[in-house]
Design a protein. Sequence first.
Length: 316
Amino acid sequence: MRAALLAVLLAVPATAARDGQGWDWRQSNTPHFIINHQTSWLPPGFSMGVERVHSRLRMDLGMFSPWMAKEKINLYIYADHESYLGGEFAPPKWSNGLAVYDRKAVAMPTMTDPRKMISVMAHETTHLLFDSYWHEARRTPPAWINEGLAMLEEAQSPDHPESSIWYQQMTLVDPKKFPDLEVFFSVTPTKDLHNDQAAVGEWYVQAYSVTHFLLRKHSKLQFKSLCAALRDGKPVADALWLTYRYKKISDLDKKWRAWLADPVHKRRVAALTGEARKGMDETAVGKAGLKSSSFKKFSTSFSTGFMRPKAGAPAE
């Protein structure tokens, strides 16, 4: 009976007490995930939701992380935000999730909205998979492409990017407001913008937008080749010429801004109804311009490193 349920992705939890953790960890298995959770049951549809995310991520990220086809990813779902912050991974107080490369794991708290949980899981799993490609060469991905890709993968479907809060925010910003790409590519928000909240929010929307343009409006092979060139240490300008045939960064800048100004983006967002538009009214961007407090709410982390857990982890 249990095997049959697993076959349709209705994961059945197996209770296993973890000494010294303060909670009983339970474990549910799907074809591609080992889900450790502190609550008795996972939110309805969560197991099927993470498998749908995996299928989508495999289309975009399988070229970076072929191991994802055979190796399971570990998810640690804490009972609430307090237990998540006090758990073994010691995440930043403002974060909603964390990717842990050494464990091939993602940690996050249980949330009231299952859709938000799926979005956070997609964001952090993207970091895990993409970072592993760079880790092979003992390098760290540029912040703009690492965060941009993670935000891009939060969308429910590449065919409907307007479902993403980041796409919606992108349509609210005048393309002329964004800094030149020559400047943008040189910025790391945690180092360069930490005292400028408006600039941090703007940077995140721009990172999403530029990455969207490079991946969705060009071939995946070009995007993979760009990342390979950057991982090899080539400057952004050289990597763009080798892979996209943009002679100068300013050439990409013009093409990207022209795409950004296309009215089709606003039409797609205007066609949204109900819950799909809710995020536009919840963020500071939708109310009064760019402000980073809202971006901390929707982006799970300002930087992702290869976190090393403390002792006493739940057994896998």
